[in-house]
Design a protein around this ligand. Structure first.
Ligand code: SF4
Length: 429
């Protein structure tokens, strides 16, 4: 470790060294004995920049394997212009990113306890797909929800750490990453979209930039729990270009402006419909999934009709609906006009029946098309998988005839021959 700069940089160096030691790396007093050099730079004034660039040059000459961190690292273009051979560049306070770079270029020494744990961690999902949690907590205060009181306000995970986890999962055989959080589109709001580092280059803590970077990993990337903010429009071109899956899970929750206001959710229903139309213009293939609540306190027949009208017009691909449930601690419980249980259940049934018709009509249009399918299960009757429009557990399935030799995790082209209101049937081609 070559540590330059002020006491704040020194503390960063100490944290990196502490982590290195905790993981079993040994710190060497000379370039020659080291397998790698971390240079913690200063970029305060021109003289400090020159000193930092000299130190990087010396480490490259004497050792050859160099990771750059610290204040000058925040200007990675300056570092890379002078020393393009460095292995990675991170900004200040980036111990996690530095450790990720160290792990990439100098894998951890064997640890008899930790080495039993695979690099992707212990997963409960099948080997070929995995959930990638990017943040915890939520800044909204939807009146039916108690998540903010349980988990607090939004805390975004560092983008370098998220990308490292994604890379580890892909290396371990994951073919589909499902991005989750309470509010995926708010990713990075809490850290003012600060830049982190991944693969030696700066990367902003922001949904669009994260989606783009995940799209480079060569696997399916599916976005869940996207709150309908205007900047969500930015990810639709990535879907049209095939970088991430043309799939958006946006929980709209209702479509009566009055009920949306009572829920403390965005209430511009006409605007939402216009945006859905625009998304489809940009990416005709897009599958939109949403969830709704029926029987929210104060919901009248007229409000419920507005919700059904919205569904008829929006023609969403996948819909889930829950009867309002008065969770203890939710502020909505104090609202007047509680809806009787049987009315709630009746509305859920009406909504799901309408959606089944919409879904059946949409799936009929897929007959005759050839879709890429990710195989989930194989048994003696054939294989079962999912198209790009189907998330695991919650959406439909594709039942594949033929397909001898298919394995879970394989991608296969399937010609669709039949459909009902949820699932598709097809032949491997
Ligand atoms: S429903 Fe979602 S967006 Fe609303 S407060 Fe709960 S977690 Fe946040």
């Amino acid at each position: 470790m070559v540590s330059l700069g002020c006491p704040k940089a020194l503390v960063d160096s100490e944290q990196i060294l502490t982590q290195l030691r905790a993981e079993g790396y040994v710190i060497s007093p000379s370039y020659n004995d080291a397998d790698m050099v971390v240079v913690n730079t200063c970029g305060f004034i021109d003289a400090a920049v020159a000193e930092s660039l000299d130190a990087i040059g010396e480490a490259l000459k004497e050792n050859g394997k160099v990771i750059v961190t610290g204040c000058l690292g925040a200007r990675s273009d300056v570092v890379l212009e002078a020393h393009p051979q460095v292995l990675a560049v991170t900004g200040p306070h980036a111990a996690a990113e530095v450790m990720a770079a160290v792990h990439r270029h100098l894998p951890r020494p064997h640890d008899p306890f930790e080495s039993l744990i695979p690099p992707q961690g212990v997963k409960l999902t099948p080997k070929h797909y995995a959930y990638l949690k990017i943040s915890e907590g939520c800044n909204h205060r939807c009146t039916f929800c108690i998540i903010p009181s349980l988990r607090g306000d939004l805390v975004s995970r560092p983008v370098g750490e998220v990308m490292q986890e994604a890379e580890n999962l892909v290396k371990a055989g994951v073919r589909e990453l499902l991005v989750i959080s309470q509010d995926t589109s708010a990713y990075g709001v809490d850290v003012r979209y600060r830049s982190g580092f991944w693969g030696g280059r700066p990367l902003r803590t922001r949904m669009t930039e994260l989606a783009k970077a995940l799209g480079e990993l060569g696997v399916w990337v599916r976005l869940h729990y996207v709150y309908p903010y205007p900047h969500v429009d930015e990810v639709i071109p990535l879907m049209a270009e095939g970088k991430i899956l043309p799939y958006l899970d946006v929980p709209f929750q209702h479509a009566s402006p009055r009920i949306l206001r009572a829920m403390k959710r965005p209430g511009d229903v006409e605007g939402t419909l216009a945006r859905i139309r625009r998304w489809r213009e940009v990416c005709p293939e897009i599958a939109i999934r949403s969830t709704f609540i029926a029987g929210f306190p104060g919901e009248t027949e007229a409000d419920f009709e507005l919700l059904l009208d919205f569904l008829r017009e929006a023609e969403l691909d996948r819909v889930g609906c829950f009867a309002y449930s008065p969770v203890e601690g939710a502020t909505a419980n104090a609202l007047p006009g509680a809806v009787p249980e049987e009315v709630k259940q009746d509305r859920v049934a009406q909504l799901m029946a309408l959606q089944a018709e919409i879904s059946a009509a949409k799936l009929q249009r897929k007959i005759g098309k050839t879709l890429t399918v990710l195989v989930d299960e194989v048994d003696e009757e054939g294989a079962v998988g999912r198209s790009k429009a189907d998330a695991p557990e919650i959406d439909g399935l594709v039942f594949i005839e033929g397909g001898v030799g298919l394995q879970p995790g394989d991608f296969v082209e399937v010609e669709i021959v039949d459909a009902d209101e949820h699932d598709l049937w097809g032949r491997a081609v």
